[in-house]
Write a protein that binds this ligand. Structure first.
Ligand code: NDP
Length: 294
């Protein structure tokens, strides 16, 4: 029988754990952890993501602030803002919501973020530390995938994990994390140039789908009893919904789910864990500068 890797329920549980911890900190007279977000321009999806991060921060008792800049902001102006946030000792961690307007080089901005406050785990220093299995901030979505597998007690040792998608923020770090000691998967990393993808995904005990193509993964690509983690998020117009759209993933769940031992739903799978990971990283950043608070 197929079982659900319920990211929504797990995120509520972890948020409650964080909120209890924050309550203990503030009861002892310490300040609350503080997560800031920088957003440039008016991209609708980015506004929604930042609003969700702000809401979750507040729910667990963090201080949350959002720095909004107009679409016309220059790279120099944004670098000044980053320098300010790097030096503000009241802020434990911050994220810069991507994508940025075309006049701004995203890598220049990421490189300017202090690795100690880089709770998205995107700076070269944190990526390098992650690859070396050193103490670091792991990017939020890959961390969410790992948390789901760990908390649901999914057996990973010696399993063949096929990760499809090799982006710097999802596929590549997921492949790295699941191949390291502790998870001990044998990992195959696939991408758009992979030949005969279905023959590889059919060998997957654990399949991580992260390519950004709606309902791409169909039943013929799945090994019976596989664990399937669907990272994809797509808004599809749907007149029957009040919002006018529904969310679907990279996996065609109507035909794939019955074949799986475990599967993440979309929505309610990896998405909620991504935000929770950001909160966990912010708490970690807080404790780095408050070593005597527990
Ligand atoms: P990117 O577009 O950056 O990367 C997509 C990857 O998929 C690339 O490596 C690409 O290969 C590969 N790919 C594309 N088409 C195919 C194909 N037909 N066969 C095999 N590989 C293919 O996407 P992201 O990694 O940023 O995001 C992936 C998905 O995850 C998206 O739907 C996104 O919305 C979602 N997402 C969800 C999050 C969450 O919180 N749940 C957070 C972040 C993303 P190549 O490198 O060769 O081009």
């Amino acid at each position: 029988m197929t079982q659900i890797l319920d990211g929504k329920e797990l995120s509520v549980q972890i948020k409650t754990e964080i909120a209890n911890h924050v309550r203990q900190l503030t009861a002892k007279g310490h300040r609350a952890p503080h997560l800031a977000a920088v957003i440039v321009g008016n991209d609708g999806a980015s506004q929604t993501y930042v609003a969700n991060k702000e809401k979750s921060s507040r729910e667990v008792g963090f201080t949350s602030s959002v720095y909004r800049y107009p679409e016309s902001t220059t790279e120099e102006q944004l670098l000044e803002a980053i320098a300010f946030l790097n030096n503000d000792t009241d802020i434990d961690g911050f994220i810069v919501q991507l994508p940025l307007p075309s006049q701004i080089n995203e890598q220049h901005i990421i490189n300017a973020i202090s690795p100690d406050k880089d709770v998205d785990g995107f700076t070269p220093i944190n990526v390098g530390r992650m690859v070396l299995s050193e103490e670091c901030y792991v990017p939020a979505t890959p961390m969410g995938v790992c948390t789901l597998l760990q908390r649901y007690g999914i057996e990973t040792t010696g399993k063949h994990c096929v990760v499809v998608g090799r982006s710097n923020i999802v596929g590549t770090p997921v492949a790295n994390l699941l191949s390291r000691k502790g998870f001990d998967c044998t990992v195959t990393l696939c991408h758009s140039r992979t030949r005969d993808l279905a023959s590889i995904t059919r060998q997957a005990d654990i399949l991580i789908a992260a390519i950004g193509k709606p309902e791409f993964f169909t039943a013929d690509m799945i090994k019976p009893d596989a664990v399937v983690v669907d990272v994809g998020i797509h808004r599809i117009p749907d007149a029957t919904k009040k919002s006018g759209y529904r969310i679907i993933g990279d996996v065609k769940h109507s035909e794939v789910d019955p074949l799986c031992s475990w599967v993440t739903p979309v929505p309610g799978g990896v998405g909620p864990l991504t935000i929770v990971s950001l909160l966990q990283n912010t708490l970690k950043a807080y404790h780095r500068t408050h070593p005597n608070c527990d």
